[in-house]
Design a protein around this ligand. Structure first.
Ligand SMILES: [Zn+2]
Ligand SMILES: [Zn+2]
Length: 258
């Protein structure tokens, strides 16, 4: 699933008060929590996520005197990723001397209220991680704020997940493939002449029959199989050589039924 980014305009971010420092590459990402209370109600209200991110930005700019929110990205329970300072900009949340080493990604959990990261929050954190690896010059590391800095952050539940290698939660992730998936290509081209026989031929014939072709599944690839193959290939708009190769094999299962 592609990252579902919430742009700064979309969350009504204030403009940064000054210039960011450029960040060419990092060792990876450090994961954070808010350290305060997160209302559990945000799980059912994405508008509340945006309000929380704005309040964090205000605190960082007015309380800490930073030029902007201290995080690179913020992951919410709706598997959306708020753009903080974004790609190639030095964050501030990792602590003095530690910001050039890692991007800073906040998961919207706290030390009271919403304490356990939901699967969607974990997915969103990893979506942000993949984004900074692909576009922001980030390396493979995923660490917690407390690694190398004296803090409770990112809290026990998030930190133990980081220590386990930050796995994608099972379930609720990538949707399962919606259509049928072809069995492995048998490894030889099915063609005629001469007649070819085998279980692979029968497997292909059975499937092409399900697609409405009038063909016996007798395990022998002869003139009728060749004719069905050519008709199918023409329907799919691929080369009509009458030979079942890897592409024709796969499409016999996976092409949408017309
Ligand atoms: Zn932190
Ligand atoms: Zn949200």
């Amino acid at each position: 699933m592609a990252i579902d980014l919430v742009s700064r305009r979309d969350w009504n971010a204030r403009a940064p008060r000054g210039d960011y420092s450029q960040l060419d590459s990092t060792k990876g990402v450090k994961v954070h929590y808010t350290g305060g209370r997160v209302e559990p109600g945000i799980v059912g209200d994405h508008g509340a996520c945006a309000a929380l991110v704005r309040s964090i930005q205000a605190f960082h700019m007015e309380g800490n005197g930073w030029v902007d929110i201290g995080y690179s990205f913020v992951a919410c329970p709706h598997r959306k990723v708020f753009e903080g300072r974004g790609l190639h900009h030095l964050p501030a949340a990792n602590g003095p001397g530690l910001n050039s080493g890692h991007y800073a990604v906040l998961g919207l959990v706290g030390n009271t209220g919403l304490v356990q990261p939901t699967d969607q929050i974990l997915h969103a954190i990893l979506d942000a991680v993949e984004h900074v690896r692909a576009r922001g010059g980030a390396g493979k590391e995923i660490k917690g704020h407390r690694d190398g800095y004296s803090t409770d952050c990112p809290g026990e539940p998030l930190y133990s997940w980081v220590r386990r290698g930050a796995p994608r939660p099972s379930g609720g992730g990538e949707p399962p493939p919606s259509g049928p998936v072809a069995p492995p290509f048998p490894g030889r081209l099915l063609s005629y002449p001469p007649v070819m026989r085998g279980e692979d031929v029968r497997t292909w014939q059975s499937r092409i029959r399900q697609r409405g072709f009038d063909l016996d599944a007798d395990g022998a690839y002869g003139p009728d199989s060749r004719a069905a193959c050519i008709a199918f290939q023409r329907r799919q708009g691929i080369a009509d050589d009458g030979v079942v190769g890897p592409l024709t094999w796969r499409l016999t299962w996976e092409a949408p039924q017309s």
